[in-house]
Design a protein around this ligand. Structure first.
Ligand code: CP
Length: 355
């Protein structure tokens, strides 16, 4: 596929994504040809945060390819609970495995892990930052069911501040032509500034709105998201915003007959169950397509072999002010990485502007 780690969908080219999609289609249509594609390969599954779809679809993906899986779904059962650093955990696990799939509550954790790993690292969600393999599930669903992604109008609805799936999807859709976004959120939960700069820099069309119903008739895809309770520092802010958007069968009456309703799941109350049987509701299929996209990714990354990482400089002070950045907890050694976004200096782990 032409890359080693998958940290941020924005790092991939459209051609690289198309190769993954085309492999995913081959696997869907001819699964028997891939029964041994990862025979003898070991996937390390490091889930420092809860998951149903990502964890199980990565595990089943590897098992369906003939490989095996080990790991944890609760960091309390690992030496992290004794104070082991992420660096040391990754150095050890990468010595035992062929690919690492990691979810972590800290933004930029996957990037940090990739600096110390002998094997490819796949970001299975890093705090409220990015979730690139969810985006692979989203794009696979749209492409398989609609034929193409170019030219669609997408409504992204809910917690756009903390919703990592939304950030990754915007980065991915920047690679397609003629995409329009309606960003539907309360002002408190609007898209982060680094994402707004990203879209402006690329001349992407977007409108930020607070109401879902007025824009529904314009949409080809309505991407609902949960208000991410676990990311709120102030519980009152969560109470103010929970239940703010609810998609019901009645609201769907004004939508195009072919509009697709997607949701990365889990849902709480933002889609009523009477929508589930509407032919436009594709969120359960989307989760199934996610497994095929992950299988396609593993056929390449799990077979790349071991490679010693380049030594990196030791930095003793965190440079980023984002309280959720990985440098706040692992800042005693991580090198200070800086990247330019819209001409501004931003954290090389979590993308937040460095002040
Ligand atoms: N979409 C998604 O990431 O779901 P899980 O949290 O269940 O993995």
């Amino acid at each position: 596929m032409g890359f080693r780690h998958l940290i941020d969908f924005g790092d991939l080219t459209r051609a690289q994504w198309e190769r993954i999609y085309s492999r995913a289609e081959e696997i869907m249509d001819h699964p028997a040809d891939y029964l041994d594609a990862c025979r003898g390969r070991l996937e390390a599954s490091l889930f420092f945060e809860p998951s149903t779809r990502t964890n199980f679809s990565f595990q089943t993906a590897m098992l369906r390819l003939g490989g095996t899986v080990f790991g944890f779904a609760d960091p309390k059962s690992s030496s992290t609970a004794k104070g082991e650093t992420l660096k040391d955990t990754i150095k050890m696990v990468s010595a035992y495995s062929d690919v690492i799939v990691m979810r972590n509550p800290r933004e930029g954790a996957a990037k940090a892990a990739s600096l110390y790993s002998e094997v490819p690292v796949i970001n299975a969600g890093d705090g409220g930052h990015m979730h690139p393999t969810q985006t692979m599930a989203d794009l696979t669903t749209i492409t398989r069911l609609r034929g193409s992604v170019d030219g669609i109008t997408v409504g992204l609805c809910g917690d756009l501040k903390n919703g990592r799936t939304v950030h990754s999807l915007i980065k991915a859709l920047a690679k397609f032509e003629g995409i329009k976004f309606y960003l539907i959120s309360p002002r408190e939960l609007a898209i982060p500034e680094y994402m707004r700069i990203f879209m402006r820099e690329r001349g992407m069309w977007f409108a930020e709105v607070t109401g879902m119903e007025p824009v529904i008739p314009m949409l080809d895809v309505l991407y609902m998201t949960r208000i991410q309770r676990e990311r709120f520092i102030d519980p009152l802010e969560y109470e103010r915003n929970k239940g703010i958007y609810v998609l019901s069968r009645r609201k769907l009456e004004r939508a195009k007959p072919e509009m697709m309703v997607l949701h990365p799941l889990p849902r709480v109350d933002e889609i009523t169950v009477d929508v589930d049987d509407d032919p436009r509701a594709q969120y359960f299929e989307q989760a199934r397509y996610g497994m095929y996209a992950r299988m396609a990714l593993l056929t390449d990354l799990a077979n790349q072999g071991h490679q010693k990482p380049e030594p990196v400089e030791i930095c003793t002070k965190p440079v980023c002010s984002n309280p959720n950045c990985i440098t706040r907890t692992e800042g005693g050694y991580l090198p200070a990485l800086v990247k330019k976004i819209g001409g501004r200096d931003c954290c090389g782990y979590c993308d937040k502007e460095l002040k």
